[in-house]
Ligand binder design. Structure first.
Ligand SMILES: *[C@@H]1O[C@H](CO)[C@@H](O)[C@H](O)[C@H]1NC(C)=O
Ligand SMILES: *[C@@H]1O[C@H](CO)[C@@H](O)[C@H](O)[C@H]1NC(C)=O
Ligand SMILES: *[C@@H]1O[C@H](CO)[C@@H](O)[C@H](O)[C@H]1NC(C)=O
Ligand SMILES: *[C@@H]1O[C@H](CO)[C@@H](O)[C@H](O)[C@H]1NC(C)=O
Ligand SMILES: *[C@@H]1O[C@H](CO)[C@@H](O)[C@H](O)[C@H]1NC(C)=O
Ligand SMILES: *[C@@H]1O[C@H](CO)[C@@H](O)[C@H](O)[C@H]1NC(C)=O
Ligand SMILES: *[C@@H]1O[C@H](CO)[C@@H](O)[C@H](O)[C@H]1NC(C)=O
Ligand SMILES: *[C@@H]1O[C@H](CO)[C@@H](O)[C@H](O)[C@H]1NC(C)=O
Ligand SMILES: *[C@@H]1O[C@H](CO)[C@@H](O)[C@H](O)[C@H]1NC(C)=O
Ligand SMILES: *[C@@H]1O[C@H](CO)[C@@H](O)[C@H](O)[C@H]1NC(C)=O
Ligand SMILES: *[C@@H]1O[C@H](CO)[C@@H](O)[C@H](O)[C@H]1NC(C)=O
Ligand SMILES: *[C@@H]1O[C@H](CO)[C@@H](O)[C@H](O)[C@H]1NC(C)=O
Length: 574
């Protein structure tokens, strides 16, 4: 019997367990340098919302961010400092990271936050390798110019786990095995974003009892209490990519209402502990216009003009219906067909580089598609409408999800590009409709260079790892997987621009990459691997982990420049 971990976590809230936490006294104060032991926290310094805008210090706040799930797992303070310093030099003001790191046995080396073993949980408060490491990004911010502070989007758990299906057991104290990335290779713990524990980890390491179900809220309570006064926290993100299925199957009864109710319970719980910070969801942002709603759609307040009010490219927001989506798709095809006929030349349409649809991406020729039909259990509009959810979140990963049926008049890369633009625009409309900010919390394309490290979210292997490329390319005559660096830069530039025009509150690229880090065996920053080519070797020093999207290496400067270019559009009076 497999129960959805998502649904299990939701059950907890009937139990009413209250955790007590032991706090390091330094963190009971405002972590931005206020040393007064009984500080009066200035509420305007927390990120809040006013209609569809974020606000800080009574001014609108929009941001470009980056993902560095691995940041707290780095081996030295200097490395954490260096990464945040480089990030801020690109004028990036938000970093999204994993504020969880579960283990079922205490590792010899490396970071861990929570031990789940023998039916009990305990949080690691060791300064060197435990939860206090999370405090350090805040410390780093203190040393930066106040004007360019970085905010942290703290994700509390993950929907994904690296454990292959066969290894999921309910026996006590089963070690969490690493997800194999290629034949004869095991990545170190914490390399992949799905390898930090989370809902499935809890499920797999313990008996299914109410005690473990309680553990998620216990942890949430402890960490949220710990940083309740920190002005460096942008928001508590409930989970990365919550939905009915995870690495294990869903209960048949799980639907969009199950997931919406689960968010409502957790958001309400977090707000009861921490009224200072916003709470957000972390879903992929799937829509379901026809799904029954729990929260009635309330019209957005007329309030101030949205950031994109004068944009020609942003349509006026009207309620989402399946009929409208299908009509818009038909219209778009008419236009591309007309353009194709108009521009027909002997050489046909040329696209730089090659791009192929992949077996990891579900193909849907007809119907609304899984991004719009509620099949994942996510109805992002109903979730956005939850009173204690401060802003909306969505993601854009065309290598893993299909956002619209492919338009036969467009080359594959252009379909990817256009589907992303439409997806962003639709979420901008959602922001206007519901009068709350909406944020793109992760977007990325796998490039040909990164393909060997790409592990799709529900796979156990990197399908394009080097030792398989011979089979895929030569023997079967397949094209290389992934876009060129130039196509990536083109797509990122256009998506960011669309997000700015559509009035998104923020956009967070996936994922940062960093070289010259301190390497220690048994941690995600290991000495360079040479024999299997998984890690691009640029130096003898460590390089940050990648699950297929890192910007480390060739092309890094171009992506940084793209992000910086977008960030500078948010500067007041620019
Ligand atoms: C947060 O600050 C308030 C005073 O504004 C204080 O009463 C409370 O104890 C602080 N909480 C923590 C966890 O530091
Ligand atoms: C962008 O970052 C650079 C380098 O840190 C800094 O000098 C500049 O003031 C920043 N620009 C904005 C608009 O924040
Ligand atoms: C769990 O219990 C077993 C058997 O008593 C013991 O060997 C093991 O060390 C325990 N694990 C932890 C992490 O305490
Ligand atoms: C909650 O966390 C505390 C501290 O880590 C631990 O002692 C306690 O056993 C946990 N409770 C549950 C129900 O997991
Ligand atoms: C904290 O962890 C470090 C690194 O594993 C270890 O050397 C040290 O003994 C631990 N400290 C305590 C108080 O357990
Ligand atoms: C875990 O699963 C893999 C393949 O699915 C299998 O080869 C391995 O033996 C399993 N390990 C355990 C401890 O069950
Ligand atoms: C867990 O394992 C025990 C036996 O080890 C079994 O009786 C029980 O049904 C299992 N529970 C689930 C949910 O699979
Ligand atoms: C992930 O794979 C497992 C095992 O194959 C399956 O049960 C589950 O439904 C899959 N989840 C998704 C979201 O596809
Ligand atoms: C496809 O995208 C490329 C790069 O943005 C662009 O130059 C080209 O005109 C597009 N082709 C079509 C048919 O839209
Ligand atoms: C190569 O592809 C063939 C056909 O799909 C398959 O049977 C074989 O196992 C593959 N070999 C390797 C080394 O992956
Ligand atoms: C490491 O640092 C050196 C010297 O600053 C620099 O030239 C090199 O590009 C860096 N390597 C990486 C992978 O960032
Ligand atoms: C832990 O680190 C030490 C020192 O670098 C190393 O000797 C040891 O092999 C590492 N352990 C593991 C399991 O990688």
């Amino acid at each position: 019997m497999f129960l959805s971990a998502t649904c299990l976590a939701g059950v907890f809230f009937t139990l009413g367990v209250t955790a007590t936490s032991s706090l390091d006294p330094r963190w009971q104060a405002d972590t931005r340098g206020n040393t007064d032991p009984t500080p009066t926290v200035d509420k305007s310094r927390f990120v809040s919302t006013d209609g569809a805008n974020f606000q800080v210090n009574d001014s609108n706040f929009r941001f470009i961010g980056t993902n560095a799930y691995w940041l707290p797992a780095l081996n030295t303070d200097e490395d954490i400092d260096a990464v945040l310093s480089n990030i801020s030099h690109s004028n990036i003001t938000v970093v999204r990271l994993w504020a969880f790191n579960d283990v079922s046995t205490i590792p010899e080396n490396g970071t861990w936050f929570q031990l789940l073993a023998n039916g009990t949980t305990s949080v690691n408060l060791n300064e060197t390798n435990g939860l206090p490491k999370l405090d350090r990004p805040s410390l780093q911010i203190i040393s930066m110019a106040e004007k360019h502070g970085i905010y942290l989007l703290m994700t509390l758990t993950n929907n994904w786990n690296p454990m292959p299906h066969d290894n999921i057991t309910n026996t006590t104290n089963t070690p969490m095995l690493r997800r194999d990335v290629a034949t004869n290779n095991s990545l170190p713990r914490n390399s992949l974003s799905s390898d930090y524990g989370g809902m499935d980890g809890t499920y797999q390491a313990e008996q299914i009892t109410q005690t473990i179900i309680a553990a998620f809220e216990n942890y949430t309570t402890q960490i949220v209490s710990r940083y309740v006064n920190s002005t460096s926290v942008l928001s508590w993100e409930i989970a990365n990519d919550p939905r009915c299925n995870s690495s294990i199957g869903a209960t048949p009864s799980c639907n969009t209402n199950t997931i919406t109710r689960w968010h409502d319970r957790i958001a309400t719980k977090i707000k009861s502990i921490d009224p200072n910070h916003l709470v957000s969801s972390g879903t992929q942002g799937f829509f379901c216009a026809d799904c029954p709603k729990i929260f009635q759609r309330t019209p957005a307040p007329p309030a101030g003009p949205s950031p994109a009010a004068n944009s020609r490219r942003q349509r006026k927001a009207v309620p989402l219906t399946n009929k409208r989506i299908l009509e818009e798709r038909k219209e778009a095809r008419k236009k591309t067909r007309a353009l194709q006929i108009q521009s027909q030349s002997p050489s046909g349409v040329k696209v730089r580089g090659k791009w192929v649809a992949t077996p990891t991406r579900r193909q849907e020729a007809v119907g609304m598609g899984s991004a719009f039909d509620g099949s994942t259990g996510v109805d992002s509009e109903d979730i956005l409408n939850i009173p204690n959810i401060g802003f909306g979140s969505f993601q854009l990963f065309p290598d893993q999800n299909q956002y619209a049926p492919d338009d036969p008049n467009l080359p594959a890369f252009n379909n990817t590009l256009q589907a992303g633009l439409d997806w962003i625009q639709r979420h901008g409309e959602s922001s206007q409709m519901f009068g709350k900010p909406v944020t793109l919390t992760g977007f990325g394309l796998v490039t040909q260079d990164n393909a060997p490290s790409f592990v799709p979210f529900n796979s156990t292997v990197a399908p394009f790892a080097n030792d398989q490329i011979g089979n895929l390319t030569s023997d079967l005559g397949r094209l290389p997987f992934g876009v060129t660096d130039q196509q990536r830069d083109d797509a990122y530039t256009q998506w960011l621009q669309q997000g700015i025009l559509s009035g998104l509150g923020g956009m967070i690229q996936y994922q940062w990459g960093q070289g010259n880090l301190t390497a220690v065996n048994g941690t995600p920053i290991t000495p360079a691997i040479t024999e299997n080519g998984i890690v691009p070797v640029q130096s003898q020093n460590g390089i940050s982990p990648s699950d297929g999207y890192s910007i480390a290496g060739v092309g890094q400067e171009a992506v940084q420049a793209t992000l910086q270019g977008a960030a500078q559009q948010f500067v007041p009076d620019a």
